[in-house]
Design a protein around this ligand. Sequence first.
Ligand code: GLP
Length: 261
Amino acid sequence: MKNRFNIDIYDKRDSAEAATAAAIIFYAENNSAPVIGLATGNTMTGVYKKLVDREARQPGMFNACHFIQLDEMVVLGGIGDNHSKAGIFNTDIQQQFLGQLNGRYASFIGLPASFDDPDKTVANHLDKIAALGGVDIQLLGIGVNGHIGFNEPPSTQDSICRIVSLAESTIALGGYPANSVGLTLGVAEIMASQRIIMLATSDQKSKIMAKALSTRPTPDCPASLLRNHPDLHIILDRDASSIINSYQQKVDQNAIFTHHG
Ligand code: GLP
């Protein structure tokens, strides 16, 4: 039987970000040693702001939480290569979230910006995640081409943590140097998390969200594979959801839509 999943749609981006932050806070407050996978990108900045604001009122609320980095811009071959964006996601997580907390957090399993041995780097990241018992809740954005993390199309459901070449659209929108590579948890590790929360905002994401919800799950749109996950929660603002209606006949019948103010 196919999995049902919730899609919550909010009129305003701010409300969609608040709902995403609330879902993470709820999980953090109701579990003893939560392992939370962190995504980055413009979409997430408002979420981190809300998490930081809430923690300022309740310092220590993340004391027991372990945080895991989903993906990173990397340079192969050691420090010394000039790549201004290498390590940017780790920096964003520190600057926008972890470095802003008043209380503590249990640990942050981050990704390096530069390394010589990809196999060793991947094994190290996966070992640390496994030692925590796996990811409980994975926060995700979506690329305009349907990528999740840096799993560019095509990425199969059994693709694992690895170095990837970035798609042209990813390089252009991110302002990354040509031939940039990324390091990402694979679709397999993302699917292995207990719960997935995907946030998409702005009309830039409207077309790909409609596709991700209406195409059959396919490696050509990695986000569509998430519909095979048993506990998927999608949060959208009105702009990101704006053309789902025109795909209505094809939209996954297992989606449960709730429109909020
Ligand atoms: C980036 C990251 C993803 C992110 C996505 C969307 O390149 N690799 O983890 O979810 O693309 O980014 P944004 O929120 O800036 O649109």
